[in-house]
Design a protein around this ligand. Sequence first.
Ligand code: BDR
Ligand code: CA
Length: 311
Amino acid sequence: PRKIIIDTDPGQDDAVAIMLALASPEDVEVLGIVAVAGNVPLALTARNTLIICELAGKPETRVFAGCDRPLLRPLVTAEAVHGVTGLDGPVLPEPTIALQDQHGVDFIIDTLRNEPSQTVTLCALGPLTNLATAMQRAPDIIPRLQQIILMGGAYFEQGNVTPVAEFNIYVDPQAADIVFKSGVSIVVMPLDVTHKALTTPARIAAFRALNTEPGRLVAEWTDFFERFDKQKYGSEGAPLHDPCVIAWLIRPELFEGRHINVEIETTSELTMGMTVADWWRVTDRKPNALFVGSLDADGFFTLLAERIGRL
Ligand code: BDR
Ligand code: CA
């Protein structure tokens, strides 16, 4: 299995991604999960992460709190999408497990220094603040990273928080800029692919039909998500953005993408956080990311139901 650190801001779709990872020990070994401020403030994303690990039946998972705000810009949150708790939908219990004492950024740095070089992959499901802070504070970890798989950005799909910016990149564009310039191998799951990971009544019913507590939770979280997307975009299903990151590690053959150059807009207020993706290779800028664009959605949802069914 590949050793991974999950960096996250749960978020219903983050929750499904975490459950998918925790259900897949033959593919990924979760060394720890670090919360970041994003969909809701850090106190809530950290708490939600604890709840998710417990509900997945994996209370031994180490959970850390990372940064509580973006590098330079004020925090922008997304309660309109995820609800005030960030994990609205089903009624959830109080967590009984506790956060680790260590700061999440120190955990990332220590892990990358202690594990053999090029054996740890970072899976980022929220703004990139923790990872960029770790890279700034300890540049020696950069060549030690095996890969970064992240959900963020958009190209043909444009933005979901401004006309051109996707939420995770928009919240901390300076952090994204540091990560995209780092030289580490990066795989990006932009809206172009996550908008193909759409729930349907049958796909949600398949989670419910698992007849397990995690299955019921995933069904209720996706139900909650759908309500918003129907109202806002008139779309039939809701995109399960973040699980694409974990699914890529398990079944990369479900996805297709291109190695291209991606730069992050960090100065213009109008286009702040835009991922300027050279899809048609019209510049001679060197490719720095595998930008994923297509997905076998049926295969993706089959994988999800099969793995969540194990928990
Ligand atoms: C991303 O933003 C968050 O709201 C989701 O959890 C996902 O990571 C989609 O733009
Ligand atoms: Ca997220």
